[in-house]
Design a protein around this ligand. Structure first.
Ligand SMILES: Cc1cc2nc3c(=O)[nH]c(=O)nc-3n(C[C@H](O)[C@H](O)[C@H](O)COP(=O)(O)OP(=O)(O)OC[C@H]3O[C@@H](n4cnc5c(N)ncnc54)[C@H](O)[C@@H]3O)c2cc1C
Length: 389
């Protein structure tokens, strides 16, 4: 089949690689005019996210991910409140993207192609540069702001959770040895009123996982009221109102100063040191999105285009990858009838998305609003299908 994949991030690349390996002619159409090198920061590296690289590209996990052996909670004075032995893998968005991109035919990865038009019957995709195509199958992996979803399901829109994630990275060598010792070999949490922050190591900017060359990554969940409070945070240094994130270098100085002052006043000293060392913090709005359908004849929604889940299970990219693997299997089973394959694929992925959304909503509510988050609670372990799964 001629297959068009719209969106060339981790979800789009995973499905494109799998379907090309299965013998289809796959072209990826990505809106961005340049490769997506500078996006995001750390990601929890769950098996579904790494599966393609391990099974098809022969990449060893210890080449692309940093491993930690403990889940650690600090008290306000910086001593250890709780410590569980638990192994996690962390990578970075850039590292995984670079590796996935290397697995796909670059001549079929078309940058600067923004989807603007869709017809389902017959299947037609139109792009802002005037290109019109009639593929046999279309996979829309165009993320939280999906153009495809807006056209196919105009009533399904992301809902604001009530909080945002402040994020950022700092080279580990810029931290004091005392702080590096406290954070060593762990994901480290601090939980306080209506907020929590987590700190973990990820590969360096060049992908290195050697100790001394890694970055330390933070995700700090902070509440902002919908309306003025949030809107003001999202107005960037140039006065532009952003919708879902404010990238590195674009937050207004007064917001950075406020966050640094709160970090200094309220976070344990080792974690505050990390926050204060981050030169260019950035913000991602935490959103919930669910859709009632993922399949539309010979077209479908995949990854964040369909379900956006809160980051507390570290499973967003794993969900997008699982959508891709299951789609490959469904098409293998019905090569003669792609619409039937998509119809058979969608129900399971809808259940996966709904369950993950419900779980991550409940975790977020406990931390950000109810104050019932308990260190060591097994429900808080990362996982796609359930805690630790
Ligand atoms: C604070 C935070 C922390 C997170 N932490 C983790 C984590 O630890 N682990 C994890 O697995 N996930 C994590 N995630 C989630 C993860 O980032 C997403 O789930 C994942 O990137 C979804 O991939 P995707 O390919 O579906 O969409 P996206 O990554 O959003 O990609 C969509 C792509 O489509 C392109 N596009 C958009 N519109 C068009 C158009 N009209 N035409 C053509 N192209 C278009 C975009 O440019 C983009 O490249 C986190 C998210 C947040 C907010």
């Amino acid at each position: 089949m001629d297959i068009a994949v719209v969106g060339g991030s981790l979800g789009g690349l995973t499905v494109a690689c799998l379907l090309a390996d299965a013998g289809h002619d796959v072209v990826v159409y990505e809106r961005s005019p340049s490769e997506l090198e500078e996006r995001g920061a750390g990601i929890g590296f769950l098996p579904a996210t790494s599966r393609y690289l391990v099974e098809h590209a022969g990449i060893r996990l210890d080449e692309v991910a940093v491993s930690t052996g403990h889940i650690r909670y600090l008290t306000r004075d910086g001593t250890v409140a709780h410590d569980d032995e638990h192994r996690y893998l962390f990578s970075s968005w850039n590292t995984v993207y670079r590796q996935m991109l290397a697995c796909f035919d670059r001549s079929a990865y078309r940058l600067g192609h923004e989807l603007v038009e869709i017809d389902l019957e017959p299947l037609m995709l139109g792009f802002s540069n005037g290109l019109v195509i009639h593929p046999d199958l279309a996979v829309f992996a165009d993320g939280v702001g999906s153009t495809a979803r807006a056209k196919l399901l105009p009533d399904s829109r992301p809902q604001y959770s009530g909080y945002v994630a402040w994020r950022g990275v700092v080279p580990e060598t810029e931290l004091s040895s005392a702080t590096r010792e406290v954070l060593d070999d762990a994901i480290t949490y601090y939980v306080y009123a209506n907020s929590h922050i987590l700190v973990y190591p990820i590969p360096g900017r060049d992908g290195s996982i050697a100790v001394g060359e890694r970055l330390i990554n933070i995700v700090w969940y902070r509440n902002y009221l919908a309306g003025d409070d949030l809107d003001d945070l999202l107005v960037d240094v140039r006065g532009v109102s952003r919708e879902v994130s404010v990238p590195p270098g674009a937050l207004r100085p007064e917001h950075i100063a406020e966050a640094r002052a709160v970090a200094a006043a309220r976070l344990p000293a080792p974690i505050a040191e990390v926050v204060l060392a981050i030169e260019e913090p950035f913000v991602q709005v935490v959103l919930d999105l669910e859709v009632p359908r993922m399949a539309f004849g010979r077209a479908c929604l995949l990854g964040d285009a369909a379900f956006v889940v809160r980051p507390h299970a570290a499973a967003g990219t794993a969900k997008a990858a699982d959508d891709a693997w299951m789609l490959r299997d469904a098409l293998d089973r019905r090569p003669d009838d792609p619409a039937a394959a998509l119809a058979a694929w969608a129900p399971g992925q809808l259940i996966l998305g709904r369950n993950l959304l419900a779980r991550t909503r409940a975790i977020g509510r406990r931390s950000q609003f109810d104050g019932t988050w308990r260190p060591g609670d097994p429900e808080l372990i990362f996982g796609l299908l359930g805690p630790g799964e």
